[in-house]
Design a protein around this ligand. Structure first.
Ligand code: PMP
Length: 402
């Protein structure tokens, strides 16, 4: 087998699935009109798979802030935070994040992906344990790899499984970082954080929660699952991203532990990459300020989420266990998921197709994410598209036997 055969095999697998039809992954968005509409394949479609939970990507205040920063600070920093790339605005955003979470310390990274790599590799190393929920995002898995720590997985959202694994660790439990997500991005279910916190306390571990999909979505002030469950004081490190509710790009961690400041000196994904551009920092700061001052966006988001989840459930789609802005229909084969995804595009609705191995338990998902920016008419159109295809999809899921 030659070096490139691995990639060629992958290419063949994709061809077998697609049968020469257009590729649903990395679909080119030809033009974006708003937070909820774009041109794809030469036609205007409704965007229902974006992570744009608060719909802020076209907010006039965010755009103006980015324009101003672009004019004042240039297109990019051309360097790392540890060299020439630490601007006053990075420090201000860090202060604002710390203030938002009521924490003393915050650090920003150039992507949420890098925040997980940077935090995990700084917090644990060889001889330590990273104990992660099996359904954690790829960036958490990759952070564990980079760290060199022993990585153990517990069953998704199963505190009993976590308890068993921690129990087997003996003294190593005290050198263990537990990592979970607030809202899981594939099915939109929440971590059982109170039970996890109890175990973390009992075994003397540290706990990190990735609130990538829960920032701006969960909790009275939009801080995430830790806020919603009243467990924030027991979460040692929160990780998050600017690329979803805040409509930008970048990542962060906040904590009350002063050691977070030392991550700057030991985290390769922080040190060896350029810092976020001034325009991105500026739009993110404005988006954070809007997230804080306009709770009605979160209310609208949840109204929309309940409506879409309820309608799809009524139509017979098999969904994730919790109502949330991530609404995923589970199909029993990749082919059936692909057919539903194509059908929705034909109906003018763009959603996400998620196939194994990127999905938990090898599931084939057609995933929607709802936005506060969806109007009632747009939501009706999304629901109608699913209804048009439901006879076929409901038939397919019923045949799956569950
Ligand atoms: N963590 C989770 C749970 C995510 O879902 C994602 C992105 N899908 C990330 C981290 C990475 O975020 P970013 O897009 O900012 O790199």
């Amino acid at each position: 087998m030659s070096l490139l055969d691995r990639l060629r095999t992958l290419g063949q697998d994709r061809e077998d699935l697609l049968h020469g039809e257009s590729d649903p992954f990395g679909v080119p968005v030809e033009e974006v009109y708003s937070a909820t509409e774009a041109r794809i394949g030469g036609r205007t479609v409704l965007l229902a798979g974006t992570n744009n939970y608060l719909g802020l990507t076209f907010d006039p205040g965010c755009i103006q802030a980015a324009h101003d920063a672009l004019a004042a600070g240039g297109t990019g920093t051309t360097g790392s935070r540890m060299a020439n790339g630490s601007y006053a605005s990075h420090l201000e955003l860090e202060r604002e994040l710390a203030d938002f979470y009521g924490c003393r310390f915050a650090i920003i990274f150039s992507a949420g992906y890098l925040a997980n790599l940077g935090m995990i590799s700084a917090l644990v190393g060889p001889g330590d344990v990273a104990m992660i929920d099996a359904d954690c995002h790829a960036s958490i898995y990759d952070g564990c790899r980079l760290s060199g720590a022993d990585t153990l997985r517990f069953r998704h959202n199963d505190p009993e499984s976590l308890d068993k694994r921690l129990g087997r660790l003996g003294e190593q439990a005290a050198r263990t970082l537990i990592i979970v997500e607030g809202l899981y991005s594939m099915l939109g279910d929440r971590a059982p954080l109170q039970a996890i916190v109890e175990l973390k306390r009992r075994y003397g571990c540290l706990l990190m929660v990735d609130e990538a999909h829960s920032l701006g979505v969960l909790g009275e002030n939009g801080r995430g699952l830790a806020e919603e469950t009243g467990t924030a004081a027991d979460v040692d490190f929160v990780v998050g991203t600017f690329s979803k509710s805040l409509g930008g790009v970048g990542g962060f961690s906040v904590s009350d532990r002063p050691e977070l400041e030392l991550v700057r000196y030991s985290s390769r994904p922080y040190i060896f990459t350029a810092s976020p551009a001034p325009s991105v920092v500026a739009s993110t700061r404005e988006a954070l300020s809007i997230l804080r001052s306009r709770p009605e966006l979160r209310e609208r988001l949840w109204h929309n989420a309940r409506q879409l989840y309820g309608k799809l459930e009524e139509l017979g789609y098999r969904l994730g266990p919790d109502v949330s802005p991530v609404v995923a229909a589970r199909l029993d084969t990749p082919e059936k998921a692909l057919a539903l995804w194509r059908g929705l595009i034909d109906e003018g609705v763009y959603v996400n197709l998620m196939l194994p191995p990127a999905t938990p338990a090898g599931q084939s998902l057609v995933r929607c994410s709802v936005s506060a920016a969806h109007t009632p008419e747009q939501l009706d159109r999304i629901c109608e598209a699913f209804a048009t295809l439901s006879e076929q999809a409901a038939h397919l899921t019923r045949r799956a036997g569950s």
